[in-house]
Design a protein around this ligand. Sequence first.
Ligand code: PMP
Length: 484
Amino acid sequence: MTQQTTRTLQQVPASHYRARFLSIEALERKSNPIRSLFPLEQTPGLLSLLAGKPNPTTFPIASLSLSIRDPKSEIRNIQDEKTESDEAADLVDIKLSKAELEEALQYAEEGGVPKLMGWFSTLQEKVHGRKCKLYNQGTACEGWKVTIGVGSQDVLYKALKSILNDGDSVLVESPVYPGVLTVLHSSHSPQIEMQTDENGVSVSHLRSILESWPAGKPKPKVFYTVPTGSNPSGATATTERKIEVLKLAQEHDFLILEDDPYYYLYYADTPQPPSYFALEATLAEREGLRVGRVVRFDSLSKILSAGMRIGWASGPEPIIDAMVRCTASINLQTPTLTQMITYTLFSSPSWGFEGFLLHASQVAAFYRRKCDIFETYMQKYLGAGNGNDGGALAKWEKPKAGMFYWFKIIVDPSSVSSDGDSEALIRTKAFQNGVLALPGTVFLPGSEPRKTGYVRASFSLLHASEVEEALKRLKKTILEARKE
Ligand code: PMP
C-alpha cells in the first residue's frame, strides 16, 4: 500500500469562529430540518418517505446532450479576427445518461452536488496543494471544505452575510470590485480603504491602519481582496505581499476573503504567485501560523460560461457551514442541472483535470493576446508623444492577468499627480464620441462620492480593429478636453 504523505497543520479552533467571526444572523440561523436528513437517504436498504421530491417520470425533458470542444484542440478565435471560432474545432458529443438526467432534474444537497464538490476539492488539492477534509477522507485533514454557489457573487454574498454584523468595519482594497460594495452597503459596514499599486495591497498601509486602530473599537474581521488581475485595477498581488498580509491576519485576527475569479487568466512571463489559500498552508508548515484564515472564491464564469452561474468557495468548515445554512434559506440550493452539466463535462474522457487545466491555459493565452493588442494601441494613441505637449494622454501599468486596463487620463499635463476627474469625460464626452468605458469613481469604496482620473477598460470582447478605433476615439476625447 502506498503511504499517504500527511502534514499536520495548526488550525484556528472552531470555537474561535463562533466567538469572533460568525455574524449573529449566522449563529441564529437554523438548518433546514428536512434537507439536513438528505444524506441519510443514501443508507443501503432504506425506504425513504422523507422529502417532497417530485417524481421525475413526470418531467418532460427526455434527454440532454452537449457538444464540447476537446481541450487539446486550439481555441480558434485567438487570431483576433472575426472567424467562426468553434465551427471547425474538434467537438466531442456527450450525453447525460438516464440516471444522470434524473439526478440533474431533481433537488440536490444544499452545499452542492457532492460529486462536483468532490471534483472542486480535488482541483484545489492539485492547484493549491490543500487536502480537503470532506471529500478526500483518509488523507490529511486540513479543516476546510467547499460549497457551490450561483456564481462566485452568490458565495461571496453568503460569506459576507455569515460574517458581518450590521456596522462591522471591513478592510477593502481601493479600487474595489463594486459587486462587493453593494453587499457592504446593505450591512452598513464602514469600508476601510486600503491603498494598492500594481503589486496588490500596500502592506505598510494595512499595517498602519491595524496598528493605529482605536482602542475599544472592534477591529475589522475581514480583508476583501481580488489578488489576480484585479477588477478593476488589473493588479496581481505578489507572493511577498501575500505573506505579509497573512501574517497580519494572524496578528490582528482577521479573515482574508480571496475573491479570485481571474486566477486562471494569469498570462505574464513571471511565475504566478501562489494563492493566499495555498500560502497559508505553506506558512503554517514553515512558521507555525494557523490555517483557517482564508476563504477562497473561485468562478467558472471566465473559463467555462458566465451564464452557467457556477462559483465555489473553499474555506474553514464553520464559515462554509454557515454559508450553506444561508443557501438553505435563500434558494435551497444551486441548480442541480447546471452542476450536473458541469460535472459531466469535467468528467468526460477528453476533459478531466488535465483537460480543464489545459483549457484554462488556452483561455489565459487568449487573453494575453488580447492584452498585447490593447497595449499596442494604448501606446500608439494614449502613450508618449500623443499629447499636444509631446507627453502621454494616460498612464497605466500593463496587467499580468485578467481582462481589465486601469489607466489614468491626463487632461492637465501640469498636474499629473493630482487625482483628476474622469467622470464627465468618460460618461458623457467619450460616449458622445462613440466609446463606452467606466469612470473610476464606480470602484471607489466609502460612502462619500469622490473624484478620480482613472478609467476601467475591458479588453475581452473587441477585435483588434475595434480596439484601435476605440482608443482613437478616446484620444480625440482627451485632446478635445485639453482645449476646453
Ligand atoms: N468577483 C469579481 C472580482 C468579479 O470581477 C466578478 C465578476 N465580474 C465576480 C466576483 C462575480 O463573478 P461570478 O460570475 O462568478 O458571479
